[in-house]
Design a protein around this ligand. Sequence first.
Ligand code: GAL
Length: 379
Amino acid sequence: MNRRFLAALGGAVLALSLAACSGEGAGGGSSTGDKKPSSLTIAVSMPTQTSERWIADGNAVKQKLQAKGYKVDLQYANDDIPTQSQQVDQMITQGADVLIIAAIDGTALSSQLQAAADAKIPVISYDRLIRDSKNVDFYVSFDNYKVGVAQGTALLVGLGLLNKDGSKGSAKGPFNIELFAGSLDDNNTRYFFNGAMDTLKPFLTDGTLVVKSRQTKLEQVATLRWQQETAQKRMEDLLTSSYNDGTKVNGVLSPYDGISRGIITALQNAGYGPAANPLPPVTGQDAEIASVKLINDGVQNSTVFKDTRLLAEQAVTAAEAFLQDKEPTANDTETYDNGVKVVPSYLLPVETVYKDNIKQALIDSGYYTEAQVASGQVK
Ligand code: GAL
């Protein structure tokens, strides 16, 4: 046998084994198009069950996929990065056909995503963009910058500086405000903060709004893992350090309902609440039921409603497209650069909810019942 023949033989063997890998490997990626849904598994990795919104997301995705006949492997990672990495590793080795991931830390899953790509498993980044990896195939989320704009606007409305229709309000200020942001390892955090700060900026510049603590940088106001207790502690510290001279906090920018509830608890413990010393407007996000009740009771000012049913629907639509060997339809192919590439995205709109539109936005749409809003519980 001459050398050329051997080289050709080697090439043929390699080609054959590669073909076998792509057809039969974990996920079996390329050939899912003609398989029955009941033989396909969609793995869903969610960050935590301590926040009600992710439970709602997980349930909605699972339900919609199961209704179409797919098998679903839904895992929660307890807000622990190694746990999520391990769960995703396992999803890959167990042969998931598509991965839907809401990351805890947007930069921590690169090696898992490489393994997914090697096994030809498409990856959909759910609500939080996974960064620093070329192996993110699609992103489903909301318009996160607009969420921040909505939060900044709600604070201005709460203070009476703006009316809900966007016209100038009757209040004059100056008002003392404090700022809170989300977790720095979540790609969304910057979008929310930038949207809010761009909205508040003119009022900060002309002195209508004053951040009395002077903590205005994202790094100073961030809340690791979005935790309620961490936010409560920071608000307590702010009250002690910057408001012990009798001045009042007139408003608080909060990026998420759990954080809002921590802030409100700290304020209430410090005596805010009664008519003589009213709670300042505190914003929010996610329309978590506990916060919707607080809004209904006049305790929390507002929240930004992101309909998890619609997000789940988009994730399912994208997953199905991949399973049929198609590209999902994006409505944004410019905004979400994950550090390596611009990830094609489907972004949904958001709606600000105040006390007076709880019924229209949340009850009439079937998201919550009146009884749930009154009790503050989903069960
Ligand atoms: C963000 C998400 C928000 C909120 C927050 C805390 O990534 O976009 O809606 O849920 O996490 O869980």
